[in-house]
Design a protein. Sequence first.
Length: 238
Amino acid sequence: MSLPLNPVESVEGAVIWLLAGFSVLTWSLALVKGIQFGRQKSQDRRFQKQFWGATSLESAGEQSAGQPGAGARVAQAGFAAIQVPDGNQHDLAQSINHQDRLERALRQQIQRERRSLESGLAVLASIGSTSPFIGLFGTVWGIMEALKGISAAGSASLETVAGPIGSALIATGVGIAVAVPAVLVYNYFLRRLKLTAADLDDFAHDFYSLAQKSAFRVIVHPAAARKPGVGKNVKEAS
């Protein structure tokens, strides 16, 4: 039994190389997503400590400006929805109900964070679900070619049959070997995505309760308004 490694000479060889590429892509995505989730967990832990250590909602808003992480971005979107300029300046955006603006801003930002974390998971799901069938296709094609060769040789001995059939079955084994890690990695990061989304929902509810106590309005001082990220969020929310 020989391993068909030339993708030009046989279909099963091309299938095995395709599955090998899927395997490399799976482990690459696992590494990238692991770094992404790990960095975000560290950033959110640091932000939560700073946010809940603030003396007031206005102080928390100034501290969250420009901070990285999903939780910080949710907070920035919330502050942008309820902040009021320091002074008597009023514009059309300030006439919108701040409660509705806050709910919409928090919900939209959480959805954006979910889409960011979901990137690449669809590829893992596709690899996990299609790899066994791709390997089976290579096996079926290899068996067909093996049967043609046996028929042309005019011999059906065990030595004649076992070699070509065994080589064809390798594609199915490779397909299963590629699919199992892809499914495990997908399920692992899907679980972490759900936990992260639940944490963001909990933080959004807490933020809503804090904003409710201040009548869904936070005074933004000129110094804080000039910080990176605050002005951008104001424009996006309005």
